[in-house]
Design a protein around this ligand. Structure first.
Ligand SMILES: NC(=O)c1ccc[n+]([C@@H]2O[C@H](COP(=O)([O-])OP(=O)(O)OC[C@H]3O[C@@H](n4cnc5c(N)ncnc54)[C@H](OP(=O)(O)O)[C@@H]3O)[C@@H](O)[C@H]2O)c1
Length: 358
């Protein structure tokens, strides 16, 4: 690998490209959001991936440029080398005669991994990998390497650790609700268990003013036990349901509103296989929103990367149901941040070790 010169300036532009990758970070699925900076003798420019994943940052940056002199490109993730819905970034980089690329990390998408470097080398373009941490790229790489989505989970509990109150449906503050919607915004898919579906009849959408975002909904419901009012909930239309029902009447009825995935729950690594299926469908960041039983299964299988507990100050005492006490095992999770709100605290845990593909 060639020796790196003028490191400070390069680090500055790389960090800038990482910052740019945050702008559309949660709006470019299934593609990662990439930040790109062009530095040349006659012009400097910036770009980032467009909403919905197009155009790619490097393409947007270079397509209208003419006569770039001594061009250096800085990117938060190495440029892609395949043609899909978007043209290959490597092709435009070669066409526009960029001679050096500095990038924060490799792309573990199998269509890119090691191909980009090979093609660029053959054309005499130097590429330097700096291993700078970029959140948008590392989330993307986690799912590409492990072929499952990055999993974040959110659950609300009372001060005495109950996830459900006998009589009240919602028990956290409006501020905590905003946090919940932020978590939805930061994911491309959401999953709940069958009791949450039937008890709460939820919308599962992202309700943040000014943000329109489609988040794909996954429901786990082994026997297709769906209450009649769920069929009237338009927000859930086209959700995927994992089930193993053989009841043709239930299947026919559910098929009208939902997309059914037949799945054998009684198999080894069932929860992992659910995640693999979600990844195959193109989703890379999943939010598990409960209830306790569903969360427990994914936690036990070491599949939750990040757990967000919204702890309310009320005690439920004898009205408390579904305790969360046994879910967090300190050996497996570390508390990394606490956010204090007026009536709730948000405890953010990260897993010490999660499932890794090998
Ligand atoms: N506090 C909160 O943040 C929060 C969040 C969501 C829900 N809730 C409340 O909690 C209650 C529901 O919680 P819950 O624990 O009773 O039920 P749940 O988690 O909604 O559903 C549990 C059921 O889903 C199926 N399931 C889920 N994951 C599975 C997996 N990986 N493999 C196989 N089956 C799986 C199982 O069905 P089978 O039993 O048929 O196998 C399981 O019994 C609701 O009343 C809701 O109001 C609270």
């Amino acid at each position: 690998m060639p020796k790196i010169k003028n490191k400070k300036k390069d680090t500055y532009f790389l960090k800038l490209s990482n910052k740019l990758s945050e702008i559309n970070q949660f709006l470019t699925y299934p593609n990662p959001c990439v930040g790109a900076v062009l530095v040349s003798k006659n012009k400097n420019r910036i770009a980032f991936t467009g909403k919905g994943g197009s155009p790619h940052a490097e393409y947007k940056l270079l397509k209208n440029e003419k006569n770039i002199q001594n061009g250096k490109l800085y990117t938060s993730l190495e440029p892609c080398s395949h043609r899909g819905k978007n043209p290959s970034c490597v092709e435009i980089i070669i066409k526009k005669r960029i001679n050096t690329i500095f990038t924060s990390c490799r792309d573990f998408d199998k269509r890119v991994f090691e191909n980009t470097e090979k093609i660029l080398k053959n054309k005499g373009v130097k590429i330097y990998y700096y291993n700078k941490i970029c959140e948008a790229s590392s989330n993307h790489n986690f799912s590409c390497k492990n072929r499952i989505p990055y999993v974040s989970a959110k659950i609300a509990i009372s001060n005495d650790n109950y996830t459900k109150h006998k009589f009240k449906r919602l028990f956290t503050s409006n501020e905590a609700l905003k946090f919940a919607h932020l978590k939805r915004y930061q994911a491309d898919s959401i999953l709940i268990g069958k009791n949450t579906l039937n008890d709460d009849n939820p919308k599962l959408n992202c309700r943040i003013n000014g943000i329109e975002k489609n988040i794909c909904k996954f429901l786990i419901n082994p026997n297709l036990d769906i209450k009649s009012y769920i069929f009237k909930n338009n927000f859930l239309t086209n959700s995927y349901i994992f089930h193993e029902s053989k009841d043709l009447k239930k299947i026919k009825k559910a098929n009208k509103n939902f997309r059914l995935i037949y799945f054998k729950f009684n198999q080894l690594h069932a929860s992992l296989k659910i995640l693999k299926k979600i990844y195959e469908l193109g989703y890379k960041k999943l939010l598990i929103e409960g209830g306790a039983n569903t969360l427990q299964r994914f936690m036990d299988a070491n599949l939750v990367n990040e757990l967000n507990i919204v702890k309310n100050k009320q005690y439920f005492n004898k009205h408390g149901l579904k305790s969360l006490s046994k879910i967090i095992k300190p050996k497996k999770m570390s508390l990394i941040e606490t956010i204090l709100l007026e009536d709730d605290s948000i405890l953010i845990y990260k897993a010490k070790n999660v499932y890794r593909y090998n």
